[in-house]
Design a protein around this ligand. Structure first.
Ligand code: HEM
Length: 459
Protein backbone atom coordinates (compact mmCIF):
# COMPACT_ATOMS: atom_id res chain seq x y z
CA UNK A 1 0.00 0.00 0.00
CA UNK A 2 1.41 3.36 -0.99
CA UNK A 3 1.09 6.28 1.40
CA UNK A 4 0.99 9.99 0.84
CA UNK A 5 2.92 11.93 3.47
CA UNK A 6 1.21 15.16 4.48
CA UNK A 7 2.49 17.44 7.21
CA UNK A 8 3.31 14.72 9.71
CA UNK A 9 0.47 12.51 8.56
CA UNK A 10 0.75 9.55 6.29
CA UNK A 11 -2.33 8.91 4.24
CA UNK A 12 -3.02 5.87 2.08
CA UNK A 13 -3.28 6.63 -1.63
CA UNK A 14 -6.91 5.50 -1.87
CA UNK A 15 -7.67 8.35 0.51
CA UNK A 16 -6.85 10.73 -2.31
CA UNK A 17 -9.76 9.27 -4.23
CA UNK A 18 -12.36 10.27 -1.68
CA UNK A 19 -14.59 13.14 -2.70
CA UNK A 20 -12.77 16.40 -2.44
CA UNK A 21 -15.02 18.01 0.15
CA UNK A 22 -14.96 15.04 2.46
CA UNK A 23 -11.23 14.70 1.96
CA UNK A 24 -10.62 18.32 2.86
CA UNK A 25 -12.83 18.03 5.90
CA UNK A 26 -11.15 14.86 7.08
CA UNK A 27 -7.68 16.22 6.50
CA UNK A 28 -8.58 19.40 8.38
CA UNK A 29 -10.10 17.40 11.20
CA UNK A 30 -7.13 15.09 11.40
CA UNK A 31 -4.76 18.03 11.63
CA UNK A 32 -6.88 19.77 14.23
CA UNK A 33 -7.34 16.54 16.17
CA UNK A 34 -3.60 15.94 16.09
CA UNK A 35 -2.67 19.39 17.27
CA UNK A 36 -5.28 19.30 20.05
CA UNK A 37 -4.14 15.86 21.08
CA UNK A 38 -0.52 16.88 21.16
CA UNK A 39 -1.27 20.05 23.05
CA UNK A 40 -3.42 18.13 25.50
CA UNK A 41 -0.91 15.40 26.13
CA UNK A 42 2.24 17.44 26.08
CA UNK A 43 3.20 14.73 23.61
CA UNK A 44 6.05 16.59 21.97
CA UNK A 45 8.75 14.28 23.20
CA UNK A 46 7.30 11.22 21.55
CA UNK A 47 8.15 10.48 17.95
CA UNK A 48 4.67 10.77 16.56
CA UNK A 49 3.53 8.95 13.49
CA UNK A 50 -0.03 9.37 12.37
CA UNK A 51 -1.24 6.78 9.98
CA UNK A 52 -4.61 7.15 8.43
CA UNK A 53 -4.63 3.56 7.48
CA UNK A 54 -6.99 0.98 6.19
CA UNK A 55 -4.34 -1.68 5.62
CA UNK A 56 -4.67 -4.75 7.76
CA UNK A 57 -6.66 -2.91 10.44
CA UNK A 58 -7.97 -6.26 11.55
CA UNK A 59 -4.42 -7.49 12.13
CA UNK A 60 -3.39 -4.51 14.25
CA UNK A 61 -4.67 -5.44 17.68
CA UNK A 62 -1.61 -7.40 18.75
CA UNK A 63 0.44 -4.23 18.44
CA UNK A 64 -2.02 -1.50 19.30
CA UNK A 65 -4.04 -0.25 22.22
CA UNK A 66 -6.89 2.26 22.00
CA UNK A 67 -6.00 5.81 22.93
CA UNK A 68 -9.05 8.00 22.79
CA UNK A 69 -8.29 11.63 23.61
CA UNK A 70 -7.05 11.79 27.23
CA UNK A 71 -10.11 13.73 28.35
CA UNK A 72 -12.18 10.61 27.56
CA UNK A 73 -10.52 8.90 30.53
CA UNK A 74 -11.48 11.79 32.80
CA UNK A 75 -15.02 11.73 31.48
CA UNK A 76 -15.67 8.00 31.62
CA UNK A 77 -13.30 7.36 34.59
CA UNK A 78 -9.89 5.71 34.13
CA UNK A 79 -11.45 2.65 35.80
CA UNK A 80 -14.01 2.21 32.99
CA UNK A 81 -13.89 -1.24 31.42
CA UNK A 82 -13.20 0.10 27.90
CA UNK A 83 -9.69 1.10 29.04
CA UNK A 84 -8.87 -2.43 30.17
CA UNK A 85 -6.51 -4.43 28.01
CA UNK A 86 -5.85 -8.05 27.11
CA UNK A 87 -7.39 -10.87 29.13
CA UNK A 88 -8.98 -8.51 31.65
CA UNK A 89 -10.80 -6.66 28.85
CA UNK A 90 -11.83 -9.89 27.11
CA UNK A 91 -13.28 -11.31 30.33
CA UNK A 92 -15.23 -8.17 31.21
CA UNK A 93 -16.56 -7.87 27.68
CA UNK A 94 -17.68 -11.52 27.66
CA UNK A 95 -19.86 -10.70 30.65
CA UNK A 96 -21.61 -8.01 28.58
CA UNK A 97 -22.15 -10.11 25.47
CA UNK A 98 -25.57 -11.35 26.63
CA UNK A 99 -26.94 -7.79 26.57
CA UNK A 100 -27.12 -7.62 22.77
CA UNK A 101 -28.34 -11.10 21.87
CA UNK A 102 -31.61 -11.35 19.95
CA UNK A 103 -33.30 -12.71 23.07
CA UNK A 104 -32.25 -9.65 25.08
CA UNK A 105 -32.94 -7.16 22.27
CA UNK A 106 -36.51 -8.47 21.93
CA UNK A 107 -37.18 -7.22 25.47
CA UNK A 108 -36.03 -3.68 24.57
CA UNK A 109 -38.30 -3.24 21.54
CA UNK A 110 -41.53 -2.09 23.28
CA UNK A 111 -39.85 0.85 25.01
CA UNK A 112 -38.11 1.79 21.75
CA UNK A 113 -41.41 1.70 19.88
CA UNK A 114 -42.84 4.18 22.41
CA UNK A 115 -39.85 6.52 22.00
CA UNK A 116 -40.42 6.57 18.22
CA UNK A 117 -44.11 7.36 18.74
CA UNK A 118 -43.28 10.18 21.12
CA UNK A 119 -40.51 11.77 19.01
CA UNK A 120 -42.12 11.35 15.59
CA UNK A 121 -45.20 13.20 16.92
CA UNK A 122 -42.85 15.85 18.27
CA UNK A 123 -41.07 16.17 14.89
CA UNK A 124 -44.45 16.73 13.21
CA UNK A 125 -45.43 19.28 15.86
CA UNK A 126 -42.08 21.09 15.41
CA UNK A 127 -42.64 21.43 11.67
CA UNK A 128 -46.21 22.58 12.19
CA UNK A 129 -45.11 25.15 14.76
CA UNK A 130 -42.67 26.46 12.17
CA UNK A 131 -45.50 26.90 9.60
CA UNK A 132 -44.30 23.92 7.56
CA UNK A 133 -40.96 25.58 6.89
CA UNK A 134 -37.75 23.55 7.15
CA UNK A 135 -35.75 23.50 10.38
CA UNK A 136 -32.44 21.92 11.37
CA UNK A 137 -33.30 18.55 12.90
CA UNK A 138 -29.79 17.47 13.88
CA UNK A 139 -30.35 18.56 17.50
CA UNK A 140 -33.68 16.65 17.62
CA UNK A 141 -31.92 13.56 16.25
CA UNK A 142 -29.39 13.82 19.06
CA UNK A 143 -32.29 14.05 21.54
CA UNK A 144 -34.14 11.03 20.15
CA UNK A 145 -30.97 8.95 20.29
CA UNK A 146 -30.22 9.99 23.84
CA UNK A 147 -33.77 9.13 24.93
CA UNK A 148 -33.61 5.86 23.00
CA UNK A 149 -30.34 4.87 24.66
CA UNK A 150 -31.43 5.88 28.14
CA UNK A 151 -34.77 4.04 27.95
CA UNK A 152 -33.11 1.00 26.34
CA UNK A 153 -30.47 0.92 29.06
CA UNK A 154 -32.65 1.85 32.06
CA UNK A 155 -36.31 1.39 31.05
CA UNK A 156 -38.52 3.18 33.57
CA UNK A 157 -35.88 3.36 36.31
CA UNK A 158 -34.78 6.67 34.86
CA UNK A 159 -37.11 9.63 35.31
CA UNK A 160 -38.43 11.65 32.37
CA UNK A 161 -36.73 14.71 33.91
CA UNK A 162 -33.37 12.96 33.90
CA UNK A 163 -33.86 11.81 30.27
CA UNK A 164 -34.68 15.38 29.27
CA UNK A 165 -31.78 16.88 31.21
CA UNK A 166 -29.23 14.40 29.88
CA UNK A 167 -30.54 14.80 26.30
CA UNK A 168 -30.12 18.56 26.68
CA UNK A 169 -26.69 18.44 28.29
CA UNK A 170 -24.90 15.58 26.57
CA UNK A 171 -23.55 17.81 23.80
CA UNK A 172 -21.28 19.27 26.51
CA UNK A 173 -19.67 15.84 26.84
CA UNK A 174 -19.13 15.71 23.07
CA UNK A 175 -17.78 19.26 23.09
CA UNK A 176 -15.39 18.29 25.89
CA UNK A 177 -13.85 15.72 23.54
CA UNK A 178 -13.01 18.66 21.32
CA UNK A 179 -11.55 20.28 24.46
CA UNK A 180 -14.28 22.90 24.61
CA UNK A 181 -14.97 23.52 28.32
CA UNK A 182 -13.87 20.01 29.34
CA UNK A 183 -14.79 20.58 33.00
CA UNK A 184 -18.44 21.23 32.02
CA UNK A 185 -18.47 17.97 30.06
CA UNK A 186 -17.00 16.16 33.04
CA UNK A 187 -19.64 17.64 35.35
CA UNK A 188 -22.41 16.34 33.06
CA UNK A 189 -20.72 12.93 32.86
CA UNK A 190 -20.38 12.71 36.64
CA UNK A 191 -23.99 13.66 37.21
CA UNK A 192 -25.17 11.10 34.61
CA UNK A 193 -23.24 8.42 36.46
CA UNK A 194 -24.93 9.35 39.73
CA UNK A 195 -28.34 8.99 38.01
CA UNK A 196 -27.27 5.68 36.48
CA UNK A 197 -26.07 4.25 39.82
CA UNK A 198 -29.47 5.15 41.30
CA UNK A 199 -31.18 3.29 38.44
CA UNK A 200 -28.93 0.27 39.10
CA UNK A 201 -30.02 0.20 42.76
CA UNK A 202 -33.72 0.36 41.79
CA UNK A 203 -33.18 -2.35 39.19
CA UNK A 204 -31.51 -4.70 41.71
CA UNK A 205 -34.51 -4.38 44.03
CA UNK A 206 -36.96 -4.94 41.18
CA UNK A 207 -35.14 -7.96 39.77
CA UNK A 208 -34.76 -9.47 43.25
CA UNK A 209 -38.59 -9.34 43.43
CA UNK A 210 -38.73 -11.49 40.27
CA UNK A 211 -39.71 -8.81 37.74
CA UNK A 212 -39.50 -9.51 34.00
CA UNK A 213 -36.53 -7.85 32.22
CA UNK A 214 -37.36 -4.95 29.92
CA UNK A 215 -34.06 -3.10 29.54
CA UNK A 216 -30.29 -3.58 29.41
CA UNK A 217 -29.67 -3.08 33.12
CA UNK A 218 -32.39 -5.67 33.91
CA UNK A 219 -30.69 -8.21 31.67
CA UNK A 220 -27.30 -7.53 33.21
CA UNK A 221 -28.53 -7.67 36.81
CA UNK A 222 -30.47 -10.89 36.08
CA UNK A 223 -27.23 -12.41 34.84
CA UNK A 224 -25.43 -11.24 38.02
CA UNK A 225 -28.15 -12.76 40.21
CA UNK A 226 -28.01 -16.06 38.31
CA UNK A 227 -24.23 -16.18 38.82
CA UNK A 228 -24.63 -15.36 42.51
CA UNK A 229 -27.19 -18.16 42.96
CA UNK A 230 -24.85 -20.57 41.21
CA UNK A 231 -21.96 -19.64 43.52
CA UNK A 232 -24.18 -20.05 46.60
CA UNK A 233 -25.32 -23.50 45.46
CA UNK A 234 -21.74 -24.60 44.81
CA UNK A 235 -20.68 -23.21 48.22
CA UNK A 236 -23.54 -25.21 49.79
CA UNK A 237 -22.01 -28.34 48.29
CA UNK A 238 -24.56 -28.88 45.49
CA UNK A 239 -22.97 -30.74 42.59
CA UNK A 240 -25.78 -30.43 40.02
CA UNK A 241 -25.91 -26.60 39.90
CA UNK A 242 -25.95 -25.45 36.28
CA UNK A 243 -23.14 -23.00 35.59
CA UNK A 244 -24.34 -19.83 33.81
CA UNK A 245 -22.33 -18.82 30.75
CA UNK A 246 -19.65 -16.21 31.59
CA UNK A 247 -19.58 -16.11 35.39
CA UNK A 248 -19.64 -12.49 36.54
CA UNK A 249 -19.63 -10.88 40.01
CA UNK A 250 -22.47 -8.80 41.40
CA UNK A 251 -21.18 -5.38 40.43
CA UNK A 252 -21.76 -2.37 42.65
CA UNK A 253 -24.33 0.25 41.65
CA UNK A 254 -21.50 2.65 40.88
CA UNK A 255 -19.73 0.12 38.64
CA UNK A 256 -22.98 -0.61 36.76
CA UNK A 257 -23.59 3.13 36.32
CA UNK A 258 -20.05 3.64 35.10
CA UNK A 259 -20.27 0.83 32.56
CA UNK A 260 -23.62 1.94 31.19
CA UNK A 261 -22.20 5.42 30.88
CA UNK A 262 -19.53 3.97 28.54
CA UNK A 263 -22.42 2.64 26.42
CA UNK A 264 -24.02 6.07 26.24
CA UNK A 265 -20.67 7.67 25.49
CA UNK A 266 -19.99 5.14 22.71
CA UNK A 267 -23.45 5.33 21.21
CA UNK A 268 -24.64 8.93 21.41
CA UNK A 269 -22.57 10.67 18.77
CA UNK A 270 -22.31 7.76 16.35
CA UNK A 271 -26.03 6.96 16.47
CA UNK A 272 -27.02 10.63 16.16
CA UNK A 273 -24.84 11.03 13.10
CA UNK A 274 -26.24 7.86 11.51
CA UNK A 275 -29.82 8.96 12.21
CA UNK A 276 -29.27 12.44 10.78
CA UNK A 277 -27.87 11.10 7.51
CA UNK A 278 -30.46 8.33 7.36
CA UNK A 279 -33.29 10.87 7.32
CA UNK A 280 -31.52 13.34 5.02
CA UNK A 281 -30.38 10.78 2.47
CA UNK A 282 -33.73 8.98 2.37
CA UNK A 283 -35.79 12.18 2.25
CA UNK A 284 -33.85 13.03 -0.90
CA UNK A 285 -34.89 9.66 -2.39
CA UNK A 286 -38.69 9.26 -2.02
CA UNK A 287 -38.70 6.16 -4.22
CA UNK A 288 -36.50 4.40 -1.66
CA UNK A 289 -38.75 5.50 1.21
CA UNK A 290 -41.71 4.06 -0.72
CA UNK A 291 -39.90 0.71 -1.00
CA UNK A 292 -38.99 0.71 2.70
CA UNK A 293 -42.62 1.53 3.53
CA UNK A 294 -44.05 -1.21 1.33
CA UNK A 295 -41.64 -3.79 2.75
CA UNK A 296 -42.41 -2.82 6.35
CA UNK A 297 -46.13 -2.85 5.74
CA UNK A 298 -45.89 -6.33 4.23
CA UNK A 299 -43.78 -7.53 7.19
CA UNK A 300 -46.58 -6.31 9.49
CA UNK A 301 -49.18 -8.25 7.53
CA UNK A 302 -50.68 -5.00 6.19
CA UNK A 303 -51.30 -3.56 9.67
CA UNK A 304 -49.11 -0.47 9.88
CA UNK A 305 -49.84 -0.02 13.61
CA UNK A 306 -48.36 -3.43 14.47
CA UNK A 307 -45.26 -2.90 16.64
CA UNK A 308 -41.94 -4.11 15.28
CA UNK A 309 -40.74 -7.52 16.45
CA UNK A 310 -37.65 -9.59 15.71
CA UNK A 311 -39.46 -12.04 13.43
CA UNK A 312 -40.00 -9.18 10.98
CA UNK A 313 -36.29 -8.44 10.61
CA UNK A 314 -35.46 -11.23 8.14
CA UNK A 315 -38.40 -10.06 6.00
CA UNK A 316 -36.82 -6.60 5.55
CA UNK A 317 -33.92 -7.17 3.11
CA UNK A 318 -34.33 -3.78 1.40
CA UNK A 319 -34.55 -1.84 4.69
CA UNK A 320 -31.46 -3.65 5.94
CA UNK A 321 -29.65 -2.81 2.70
CA UNK A 322 -30.59 0.87 3.07
CA UNK A 323 -29.15 0.91 6.58
CA UNK A 324 -25.90 -0.82 5.59
CA UNK A 325 -25.47 1.46 2.60
CA UNK A 326 -26.06 4.51 4.80
CA UNK A 327 -23.37 3.35 7.22
CA UNK A 328 -21.00 2.78 4.28
CA UNK A 329 -21.86 6.05 2.55
CA UNK A 330 -21.65 8.22 5.69
CA UNK A 331 -19.70 6.22 8.30
CA UNK A 332 -20.23 8.07 11.60
CA UNK A 333 -16.91 7.23 13.28
CA UNK A 334 -14.06 8.34 11.07
CA UNK A 335 -11.05 7.97 13.34
CA UNK A 336 -10.24 5.37 15.95
CA UNK A 337 -6.96 6.49 17.54
CA UNK A 338 -4.55 3.82 18.76
CA UNK A 339 -0.98 3.79 20.14
CA UNK A 340 1.57 1.21 18.97
CA UNK A 341 2.72 -0.88 21.92
CA UNK A 342 5.68 -2.18 19.90
CA UNK A 343 7.45 -1.57 16.63
CA UNK A 344 5.75 -3.32 13.71
CA UNK A 345 5.65 -3.15 9.90
CA UNK A 346 2.33 -1.62 8.97
CA UNK A 347 3.10 -2.12 5.27
CA UNK A 348 5.96 -3.96 3.58
CA UNK A 349 7.93 -0.72 3.37
CA UNK A 350 6.84 1.23 6.44
CA UNK A 351 7.46 0.33 10.06
CA UNK A 352 5.59 2.02 12.88
CA UNK A 353 7.68 2.87 15.92
CA UNK A 354 6.72 2.01 19.50
CA UNK A 355 4.62 4.82 20.99
CA UNK A 356 3.50 6.07 17.58
CA UNK A 357 -0.09 7.07 17.22
CA UNK A 358 -1.92 5.05 14.61
CA UNK A 359 -5.27 6.37 13.49
CA UNK A 360 -7.09 3.95 11.26
CA UNK A 361 -9.96 5.52 9.41
CA UNK A 362 -12.74 3.46 7.94
CA UNK A 363 -13.64 6.15 5.40
CA UNK A 364 -11.14 5.21 2.67
CA UNK A 365 -11.97 1.52 3.12
CA UNK A 366 -15.69 2.18 2.73
CA UNK A 367 -15.21 4.48 -0.28
CA UNK A 368 -12.57 2.46 -2.09
CA UNK A 369 -13.66 2.33 -5.77
CA UNK A 370 -11.77 -0.92 -6.23
CA UNK A 371 -14.10 -2.55 -3.71
CA UNK A 372 -17.38 -0.61 -3.93
CA UNK A 373 -18.09 0.40 -7.52
CA UNK A 374 -19.11 4.04 -7.83
CA UNK A 375 -18.57 4.58 -4.08
CA UNK A 376 -19.98 8.11 -3.98
CA UNK A 377 -23.40 6.84 -5.11
CA UNK A 378 -25.90 5.83 -2.45
CA UNK A 379 -26.96 2.46 -3.79
CA UNK A 380 -28.64 -0.03 -1.42
CA UNK A 381 -28.84 -2.53 -4.30
CA UNK A 382 -25.11 -3.23 -3.93
CA UNK A 383 -26.04 -5.14 -0.72
CA UNK A 384 -28.79 -7.15 -2.47
CA UNK A 385 -27.77 -7.99 -6.02
CA UNK A 386 -24.17 -6.73 -5.75
CA UNK A 387 -21.18 -8.14 -3.90
CA UNK A 388 -20.89 -5.55 -1.07
CA UNK A 389 -21.84 -8.11 1.58
CA UNK A 390 -18.77 -10.18 0.72
CA UNK A 391 -16.33 -7.30 1.28
CA UNK A 392 -15.95 -7.98 4.97
CA UNK A 393 -12.37 -6.72 5.17
CA UNK A 394 -13.50 -3.23 4.17
CA UNK A 395 -16.57 -3.20 6.45
CA UNK A 396 -14.88 -1.17 9.18
CA UNK A 397 -17.89 0.92 10.27
CA UNK A 398 -17.78 -0.71 13.69
CA UNK A 399 -13.99 -0.99 13.98
CA UNK A 400 -12.08 -4.24 14.27
CA UNK A 401 -10.30 -6.34 16.87
CA UNK A 402 -10.96 -6.81 20.59
CA UNK A 403 -12.38 -3.29 21.06
CA UNK A 404 -14.73 -3.36 18.07
CA UNK A 405 -18.24 -2.06 18.63
CA UNK A 406 -20.11 -4.09 21.22
CA UNK A 407 -23.35 -3.17 19.46
CA UNK A 408 -22.34 -3.98 15.89
CA UNK A 409 -25.31 -6.32 15.29
CA UNK A 410 -27.75 -4.36 17.41
CA UNK A 411 -27.22 -0.98 15.66
CA UNK A 412 -28.39 -2.01 12.15
CA UNK A 413 -31.46 -3.66 13.67
CA UNK A 414 -32.30 -0.59 15.71
CA UNK A 415 -31.84 1.66 12.67
CA UNK A 416 -34.05 -0.62 10.55
CA UNK A 417 -36.73 -0.45 13.25
CA UNK A 418 -36.51 3.35 13.32
CA UNK A 419 -36.62 4.01 9.59
CA UNK A 420 -39.26 1.32 8.96
CA UNK A 421 -41.57 2.89 11.52
CA UNK A 422 -40.82 6.40 10.26
CA UNK A 423 -41.69 5.39 6.70
CA UNK A 424 -45.05 4.07 7.94
CA UNK A 425 -45.98 6.90 10.30
CA UNK A 426 -44.58 10.15 8.90
CA UNK A 427 -43.57 11.89 5.70
CA UNK A 428 -40.29 13.77 5.66
CA UNK A 429 -39.02 16.17 3.03
CA UNK A 430 -35.48 17.52 2.78
CA UNK A 431 -34.92 21.14 1.81
CA UNK A 432 -31.38 21.24 0.46
CA UNK A 433 -29.11 24.22 1.05
CA UNK A 434 -25.67 24.81 -0.47
CA UNK A 435 -24.21 23.33 2.74
CA UNK A 436 -26.34 20.15 2.96
CA UNK A 437 -23.62 17.90 1.54
CA UNK A 438 -20.78 19.66 3.33
CA UNK A 439 -19.48 17.70 6.27
CA UNK A 440 -19.29 19.08 9.77
CA UNK A 441 -17.37 16.98 12.27
CA UNK A 442 -18.72 17.20 15.82
CA UNK A 443 -16.99 14.05 17.06
CA UNK A 444 -18.87 12.32 14.22
CA UNK A 445 -20.10 13.48 10.80
CA UNK A 446 -23.12 15.75 10.31
CA UNK A 447 -24.42 17.88 7.41
CA UNK A 448 -23.12 21.42 7.81
CA UNK A 449 -26.63 22.95 7.63
CA UNK A 450 -27.94 20.76 10.47
CA UNK A 451 -30.29 18.70 8.23
CA UNK A 452 -33.17 20.87 7.02
CA UNK A 453 -36.36 18.81 7.11
CA UNK A 454 -40.13 19.14 7.29
CA UNK A 455 -42.18 16.35 8.90
CA UNK A 456 -45.90 15.72 8.42
CA UNK A 457 -48.10 12.95 9.77
CA UNK A 458 -49.21 10.22 7.36
CA UNK A 459 -52.93 9.54 7.63
C1 HEM B 1 -24.13 3.98 14.31
C2 HEM B 1 -23.83 3.60 15.52
C3 HEM B 1 -22.47 3.14 15.99
C4 HEM B 1 -21.27 3.10 15.33
C5 HEM B 1 -20.97 3.51 13.88
C6 HEM B 1 -20.29 2.60 16.27
C7 HEM B 1 -18.94 2.42 15.98
C8 HEM B 1 -17.99 2.05 16.91
C9 HEM B 1 -16.56 2.04 16.66
C10 HEM B 1 -15.88 2.43 15.36
C11 HEM B 1 -15.95 1.64 17.80
C12 HEM B 1 -14.43 1.51 18.04
C13 HEM B 1 -13.97 0.18 17.52
C14 HEM B 1 -12.47 -0.02 17.57
O1 HEM B 1 -11.79 0.45 18.51
O2 HEM B 1 -11.97 -0.69 16.66
C15 HEM B 1 -16.99 1.37 18.78
C16 HEM B 1 -16.76 0.89 20.06
C17 HEM B 1 -17.76 0.67 20.97
N1 HEM B 1 -19.13 0.80 20.77
FE1 HEM B 1 -20.05 1.44 19.09
N2 HEM B 1 -20.92 2.32 17.46
C18 HEM B 1 -22.24 2.64 17.33
C19 HEM B 1 -23.23 2.51 18.31
C20 HEM B 1 -23.04 1.92 19.53
C21 HEM B 1 -24.09 1.67 20.50
C22 HEM B 1 -25.58 1.96 20.27
C23 HEM B 1 -23.48 1.11 21.59
C24 HEM B 1 -24.07 0.61 22.89
C25 HEM B 1 -25.27 0.33 23.12
C26 HEM B 1 -22.07 1.02 21.32
C27 HEM B 1 -21.13 0.50 22.18
C28 HEM B 1 -19.77 0.48 21.95
C29 HEM B 1 -18.78 0.10 22.96
C30 HEM B 1 -19.09 -0.30 24.39
C31 HEM B 1 -17.53 0.21 22.33
C32 HEM B 1 -16.17 -0.08 22.98
C33 HEM B 1 -15.93 -1.59 23.00
C34 HEM B 1 -14.66 -2.01 23.68
O3 HEM B 1 -13.83 -1.15 24.03
O4 HEM B 1 -14.50 -3.22 23.87
N3 HEM B 1 -21.83 1.51 20.06
N4 HEM B 1 -18.22 1.63 18.21
Amino acid sequence: MAFIVQGGSILPSSYANATEKVQQTLTGQLESFTSRYIADLGFWKIALTILLALVAYDQFPAYLKPCIVPIAEDIMSPKAWVFKQGKEHVEYRKGLSGLFTNKAIATYLPVQESIYDQFFSQFVADSKANDGKPTAFMVRFREINCALSLRTFFGNYISQDAVQRIANDFYLVTAALELVNPWRGKRVADSCQVDFARCAAACKENMARGAEPTCVVDQWVLHMLACERYRERVAAGETDAEKPPNLIPVFSDVEIGRTLFTFLFASQDASSSATTWLFQVLAQRPEMVARVRAENLAARGGDRRRPFDLDMYPALPYTRAVVKELLRYRPPVIFVPYVATKKFPITPDYTVGKGAMVIPSCYPALHDPAVYRDPETFDPERWISGDAESKTKNWLVFGAGPHDCLARSYVPLQMAHMIGKAALDIDFVHHPTPRSEEIRVFATLFPMDGCQLVFTKRE
